[in-house]
Design a protein around this ligand. Structure first.
Ligand code: SAM
Length: 255
């Protein structure tokens, strides 16, 4: 997967592309992260990428020319390598909320261009040239770079060979619309709290059942909306009914 990142602060990605699993994925050639700065697509002495808003008002707006030219240069590079035109993604707090489903969709592409805004955002004529606008949450960041990193991480870990254990990407929060069960590691007792007995029982079927129950209880308590978006299977419904019955008996929520 080839990620092109259009950003006026490409140096933000310096350690990101060298560190951890992203760094390993880059080194092994499973992903490439190519940074393009719109400043390279300006014609003035100061390499100006922003200007005052028409109609007045505070802040500066990113000029459409350098952004679109950078994005098109990324596309020309990808086509020259024999690839397809990258999907154009604008990071934007007004965009569709990025989630695991979208990460999975994007992981099927061969290349993505992630366009990072700064200042008050991008000129509308750059925005309308995008394939998708994605927000990483209902808050406003200073720029799109952190969102671009979030997308690169979420998408890359779904690509073959990027995670050491491929099951990690299927058996985890949001992979199937459920939050993951709690994890424990050594020591067996930490400040008077012990690991649940079932996890040291060696009985794999009991462990699997316990994890499913915990996962459903957690999802029900923390993200009940997921149970509507991803309706429970018959087996899961049985567990949820048991949890309801346990709550009714004790008078409290059973997470
Ligand atoms: C300060 S923000 C601009 C906000 C814009 N004036 C508005 O109210 O919608 C500058 C840039 O940060 C990025 N950004 C800010 N919040 C974001 C979010 N929640 N998700 C993705 N990108 C975001 C976008 O690229 C945006 O163009």
């Amino acid at each position: 997967m080839h990620f092109y990142v259009v950003s006026v602060l490409p140096e933000i990605f310096d350690s990101f592309v060298r560190t951890g699993l992203v760094g390993k994925a880059v080194q092994s050639g499973r992903i490439e992260v190519e940074r393009m700065t719109p400043r390279d697509f300006t014609a003035d002495r100061h390499r100006t990428v922003d200007d005052t808003p028409y109609g007045g008002g505070s802040g500066m707006v990113m000029r459409p020319g350098p952004l679109v030219d950078a994005m098109e240069a990324a596309e020309a590079a990808e086509l020259a390598r024999g690839g397809a035109r990258p999907i154009r993604v604008l990071l934007d707090p007004q965009g569709e909320r990025f989630d695991q489903r979208i990460a999975r969709e994007l992981s099927a592409a061969t290349s993505l261009t992630l366009v990072c805004g700064r200042y008050e955002g991008v000129d509308e004529r750059a925005r309308i040239r995008m394939d998708r606008e994605l927000s990483i949450g209902d808050f406003v960041l200073m720029g799109g770079e952190v969102g671009a990193m979030a997308i690169i991480e979420a998408v890359s870990r779904l690509l073959p060979g990027v995670l050491g254990n491929p099951e990690s990407a299927t058996d985890e929060s949001h992979a199937a619309g459920r939050l993951e069960y709690p994890h424990y590691t050594r020591p067996a007792t930490f400040r008077d709290e012990s690991v649940p007995d079932v996890l040291v029982s060696g009985n794999h079927a009991h462990v699997a059942r316990w994890r499913q129950r915990q996962s459903l209880a957690r999802t029900r308590a923390r993200r009940p909306d997921l149970l509507t978006t991803f309706p429970p299977s018959r087996d899961e419904q049985k567990v949820l009914d048991e949890l309801d019955a346990a709550d009714a008996a004790t008078g409290k929520g059973s997470e």
